[in-house]
Structure formats: structure tokens, C-alpha cells
Design a protein around this ligand. Sequence first.
Ligand code: FMN
Length: 322
Amino acid sequence: MSFTLGSVQIDDPVFLAPMSGVTDLPFRRLVRKFGAGLVFSEMLASRPMVENARKSPKKRESFDFDDEFPIAVQIAGCEPDVVAEAARICADRGAHLIDLNFGCPVKKIVNNMGGSALMRDEDLSIRIIEAAVKAVSVPVSVKMRLGWDHDCMNAPRLAKMAEDVGVQMITVHGRTRNQLYSGTADWNAVRAVREAISIPLIVNGDICSPEDAVDALEKSGADGVMVGRGCYGKPWLVRQVMEHLKGAPPSSSPSRAELCDLILGHYDALLEYYGIEAGVKIARKHIGWYLSDFDGANIARREINKSTDPVQVKQFLRDFLD
Ligand SMILES: Cc1cc2nc3c(=O)[nH]c(=O)nc-3n(C[C@H](O)[C@H](O)[C@H](O)COP(=O)(O)O)c2cc1C
């Protein structure tokens, strides 16, 4: 199941999905530690990135991908020249792969012709993709949905057009835009993309266990899986998926003591990255996910969400998981 993307050898095609508000540097580092073959940044809007870079070329604050290998940086936008410039900026600053967002279903984005709205305009889509491919020497990939709605499932055609202009990998979330996150991802429908292209294909959507990954790969014929929400509070899931795909028994989830260490480490990393005030708030959702399977999780969450004192929060976590 291994393949190469430019200079990056992918031996373990179990990827962490791009998720705004979730896959920041501290979370990506954690998931990488568990062996994800590739991690994706949160989506970066191309126009503000380009405008900021023009105003202050040395400023790097909106880039959080300094020391990761390999890192895919995802760009959103609907103007070919701006997307191309954004791709160049990201590649210059260390991205090993540029991923283009053709899947975001959020109204604010699609109303501006971004994300999955692009799937309705194949001509514009290809101009954007071609501009990005020509702008950078690192590989370019595209992440899309099955189509806009069930009457327009054009992922196979768009994926083939993207391959023809030099895209090196396609990811398909097995839902249409109009489904948003409802229903279940249709891994069988992704097979039509497999049949249309010969570059690596990654299947995404509702992969929450090692068994789901096998099922998704069998049904879609894809070369790898991308896991998003399944990693909420379970960054070790990528390792278990990989072990299962290699035929090894999946390692067990962390013990309570190991989990406590992992959460505290993630907590410290968030506080260091965002500063204490913002970090304490941002950490709450992760802690909620980590504790969600435990008895008393709701009460614990309420206690933790009340506190703005990191020392208190950490002591509470130690006591809860003791
Ligand atoms: C909170 C959240 C943020 C997301 N942000 C992005 C994003 O920035 N770019 C993107 O391509 N997809 C984004 N997605 C979609 C995911 O990458 C993925 O396609 C989707 O969640 C289905 O996979 P899953 O069932 O494994 O979560 C986001 C999803 C969620 C839940």
C-alpha cells in the first residue's frame, strides 16, 4: 500500500484529515507520534494569506507548520492566480504537499464559490488546479466530495481532469455537499473515482475503527484512508488502523495512567502554543473528547469548563483518571 508523492514516501497511508479548529500544530504532532502517514493543516484561506504576505513578507504567524515531516498544507480559494500564489507561499515555507479544498460544505465558503461549490464549475476548478500545479514543485492534491448533490456526482470526472493537469493524489469524502454531515459516507460510491484515475486515491468519511478502514478500502478500492472525527480524543486510532491494515493485532488503547500523561502533555502543548488564556479554552473540547467514554464525563467536563486555572484543571484530570 505504499506510494510516493514527490519526495515523500508514504508507507503508511493512514492520514489525519484537515479539520479547522482541531488539526492545529499540537494535535497534528500528537497524531504524527502515533504514526500517521501524512497530516493535513487546517484549511488556510488563500486571499488573506496572499494579502498578508504582500503586506509583511517576513511575518509567519498564520503558518504553524514549521517542523513537521511530512506536512500537507490545505488551501481554499476560488481565484486561480491567488490560489497559485498561496500555494507558492506555503511551499516556500516548508509544505511538502499542497492540498486544495474542494469539499468544504460551509455556507460562508460555498457562497463565495469556495470549497465544494467549485465542484459545480469544472472549468474554474481545473483552472485553479492547473495554476496551483504550475506554481509549485511540491505535489498538489485535491480533496473533494462525491459531488454537489445526488443529481451531480461528478467526482470521477473532476478527479480525472485533475489527474490530467498534474495532480498527484485525490481524497474523496463519501458524501455530497448537500448531505453536509448527515447520513453515512458512501464508500462504494468512491469506487467510481478509483475507476476513473490511476493516481493514489484516499477514502474519507466515517472511518472510526480499524474495521471501518478495511471496509472503506475494500468498498472504494482506495490506496489509503483519511481519518477525521474518529481521532477526536483518540489520536492513537491511526496506529491501530495501521496495525490492522498490516495484519497485526491492533495495540490496545492507552491505560488510564497513560491517557492521563497523554492528555497532560497535549494540554501543556496547547497552552504553550496558544498562551494560557486561549489555550485553556481551546483545550476544553479536546479534554471533553478524551473523557467522553468515562463514567462521570459530563460532570468532569462541567468542572473543567468552569476553571481558568491550568494547575487546577490538571489536578482535576489527575484525580479523575487516578
Ligand atoms: C470540525 C471540522 C472541521 C473541518 N475542517 C475541514 C477543513 O479545514 N478542510 C477540509 O478539507 N475538510 C474539513 N473538514 C472535513 C474533514 O476533513 C472530513 O472530510 C470529514 O469530517 C469526514 O471525515 P470524518 O468522518 O473522518 O470526520 C472538517 C470537518 C470537521 C468535523
